[in-house]
Write a protein that binds this ligand. Sequence first.
Ligand SMILES: [Zn+2]
Length: 418
Amino acid sequence: MPSVCLARTPLTDPIPREPEPLVSDAVVRLVEKRAAVIDDEVARLRFVRRSIAAHEAAARRRVSFLRRSFAAHRASRRRLYLSLRIVFMALLLAVALVPEAPRTVPRRTVPSNPVRRIAADIAAPGVWLVERQATIEIYSNGLRVDNEFLTSTRARAYRAFDRLGWRASAVKTQPAGIVFHTTESRMAPFEPSQNSRLQRNGRNLLAYIAQHRLYHFVIDRFGRIFRVVAETDYANHAGQSIWADEGNIYWGLNQSFLGVAFEAQTETQTGDSNDIATRAQIDAARVLAEMLRSKYHVAAMNCVTHAQVSVNPQTMRLGYHTDWAANFPFREVGLGNGYETPIAALTLFGFDYDSAFLQANGRRVWQGLVTAEEQLVREAAAHGTTVELYRRTLRQRFRAWKASEATASTEDAAADRP
Ligand SMILES: [Zn+2]
């Protein structure tokens, strides 16, 4: 399959440019500094957007005034130095052409990729398979995996896209990351009197998940880990989804990422991950993540929740699925703070989110959303355009890229399950 080359496709639509950047880095920094005192993150984002827009409008007025003044001054000079016009024209042309050269490259360097800072990665310990006993596998870090419900789909095969040129890689077969889910299934109170109901719910759920090949792994409420879809195969867990690490963009994570589901409901959250998952589930997720990261060399920044990657390309909004929109115990699972990673769909493709999405986050805005918004403001300024125009251009590029042949191979497995 041919790769997508930005140099030869409509994706090269230039970012709309003004002759000079309207808002300087210094102004952006000043706005950010002023915004820092606003506690509420949504209000802070709105303040930054409003302020930058006001600065841009003022800058436009200044540019217009300067242009008019310069035109008048030039007319006066023309009258005074008519006799020297030809000589001056030649000189002016020579001078005018000099600044054109650097205009073919970005006038300012786009701020360095903030994911690099976050991804100063947390190393996974080396974990190995110790022994198999019937359907049970035992690993060196205490992990036990039960294969009683093991099924298969088709062998994993996907292409990643390089972050700079969006060109497709060769076909990959190793998972690049992990998406954590909640099953959103029926929950019984977690207490001894409910023991048989808890067990029955768990087994019914596993049978359903195996039938539909929904996740690679399920962690039941007692912290038992079941492998449901073979690690070599894709599973129907992520639907339409996007993520990016330092080097690659991943589209359709059913193929490229492993799915790990907690038997749990995000809706029952009261602000504490222990109210969503049991202690045993969190401990199980830690040893499972250690094994998978060790086996496939998965970076911590590629261990994410479904809410962080799920998108709706029709509405260009985040959060088609919102499981683990908040309170995923990243630190306890040994993954730092995954909510800090800038959301790739925002910074690369101009996706947005609405109040319903923020509500699913338990009214907390992830640091990753704030960082992504700030990055958009800086990049729009660096390209000499407004945030809204910049976002629109990103969306056009995304649609062209998504419609291209290179992403087609991931589409069949990206269809959202009901
Ligand atoms: Zn999910």
